[in-house]
Design a protein around this ligand. Structure first.
Ligand code: SF4
Ligand code: SF4
Length: 453
């Protein structure tokens, strides 16, 4: 569309500070110019579907990026709200017939917003709370005791029935509602550093525990490790590993994301591994992007690329190397499943066949497909905290579509989707369990039936 102001002569004085983007990698005008405004992406954009405004669509946001780049549109609170309303689901990248790299455009925009836009105080405090706790498992664990007491003493039930709950700011209310029951294994990681393969060793793989997953869904990590070892993998879990940086990266917290990525690379650098395995889609997508995240870092650019090339989603890995452990039925009768495609799996990593291939290998499994399978569930990292209304609408739509299949079990390979779907199922009168594919494979390998619901 046009040239960035950062490259225009005299731009430093022509535009007042904080009016627009700075000159640290603003959205690339050449990428912006690849958009031909056809509008094909609008139908698949979840924020456009809920909000219904052009400015909350991919095409509209690309216009805004160009406008801010060329100083025709200020980086005002209204403009920022349109960037914030993007879930980063990347459905538009899949849909766009012109190959517009919207993922790169929004990834360049978010840090610009964080650097050049002053958010209201309440938002700043909430963001500080999230970014200083969520990516640090030990800090998250420090919050577990009061949260556990809140749940166990019945205070949570009382609070939710109280009229006072409605007075809570929406974002805090959303956080409270999505808080899952705190599992007994949440307090510390249960794994030794090296877990041997069962039978003949075929591979040696690293395993990333995730930060939210290891605390709120530790049973998924335990199942993943058992499935890997049962299929001939020695599993290495370095205890010093932290967060993969997905949360910070998706919210434009660039410096924090880079620091976390460096720490992750250093943690695994000591081990000679065939692959680094992850079982959560948002984390997997960011881990595979370390090369871009640290491209400007002279010390880490090369190690980051090497690390990223080893990262594999566990379903991608197992479908590729093949299962060697025998599988058994999960119940006497056939079992109907519906698989929920997480956005960073289907759009970000282009993984959709492999999970289905693995699930179909379990004897007696019948897989059903929901309508709008590729539409975001509204979780999107911490989007459901920052944009609770849009997230709730998408959560309800997703649950409706999944429930319409009448499947007995919903299968989700992303911690955020799992928590979001579990939150909205009861509202529509459903008690359908939501499991990770690794839990189903684990039970199948161990000849256990699926738990009674
Ligand atoms: S992003 Fe792609 S699909 Fe959307 S308007 Fe632009 S060219 Fe068309
Ligand atoms: S990433 Fe998702 S929410 Fe954002 S513009 Fe693209 S389709 Fe819409």
């Amino acid at each position: 569309m046009s040239e960035s102001p950062a490259s225009l002569p005299g731009s430093a004085t022509a535009y007042p500070p904080f009016l627009g983007f700075d000159n640290q990698s603003p959205p690339d005008p050449q990428l912006i110019d690849t958009c031909v405004h056809c509008g094909f992406c609008l139908a698949t954009c979840p924020s456009y579907r809920v909000i219904g405004k052009e400015t909350d669509s991919p095409r509209g946001r690309i216009y805004l990026m160009d406008g801010v780049n060329t100083a025709q549109i200020p980086l005002s609170p209204a403009t920022v709200q349109h960037f914030d309303s993007c879930l980063g689901c990347l459905a538009c990248v899949t849909t766009c017939p012109s190959g517009v790299a919207y993922d790169q455009l929004i990834a360049a925009t978010r840090p610009q917003v964080e650097r050049n836009h002053k958010r209201p105080l309440g938002e700043q405090l909430l963001r500080t709370l999230i970014f200083t706790t969520f990516p640090y498992p030990q800090r998250l664990r420090a919050l577990l005791a009061p949260l556990w007491l809140y749940q166990k003493t019945g205070l949570q039930t009382l609070w939710r029935r109280s009229p006072l709950a409605k007075l809570l700011p929406k974002s805090l209310g959303a956080m409270e509602k999505m808080l899952p029951p705190i599992p007994a294994q949440a307090w510390q990681d249960q794994f030794p550093t090296v877990i041997p393969a069962q039978g003949e060793k075929r591979f040696r793989v690293g395993f990333i525990l995730g930060c939210v997953q290891r605390i709120f869904l530790p049973e998924v990590n335990a199942a993943t490790v058992r499935v890997l070892t049962a299929n001939g993998c020695e599993v290495v879990i370095p205890p010093s590993q932290g967060c993969c940086a997905a949360l910070s990266h998706h919210q434009g917290q660039e410096a924090q994301a880079q620091a976390l990525a460096r720490q992750m690379i250093d943690t695994f650098a000591l081990w000679d591994l065939d692959a680094v395995i992850i079982n959560a889609s948002g984390c997997g997508h960011t881990l595979k992007e370390y090369g871009q995240l640290l491209a400007e870092d002279p010390d880490y650019a090369t190690p980051a690329k090497a690390f990223a090339s080893k990262v594999k989603d566990v379903q991608e890995f197992l479908a590729n190397v093949g299962l060697t452990a025998p599988l058994h039925p999960l119940q006497e009768e056939s079992l109907t499943l519906v698989y929920q495609d997480a956005c960073h799996m289907i759009h970000g990593q282009k993984i959709s066949l492999q999970p289905r291939q693995l699930l179909r290998k379990i004897p007696g499994v019948i897989l059903r497909e929901p309508i709008d399978a590729a539409l975001c569930c509204g979780s999107a990292g911490v989007y459901n905290i920052f944009q609770p209304d849009v997230a709730a609408e998408l959560g309800r739509q997703k649950v409706k579509n999944l429930a319409q299949t009448k499947a007995e079990v919903i299968v989700s390979a992303n911690v955020g989707c799992t928590l979001q779907i579990r939150q909205y199922l009861p509202e529509q009168g459903h008690t359908t369990p939501v499991y990770h594919p690794m839990q189903l494979l684990d039970w199948s390998i161990r000849q256990e039936h699926i738990p009674e619901n």
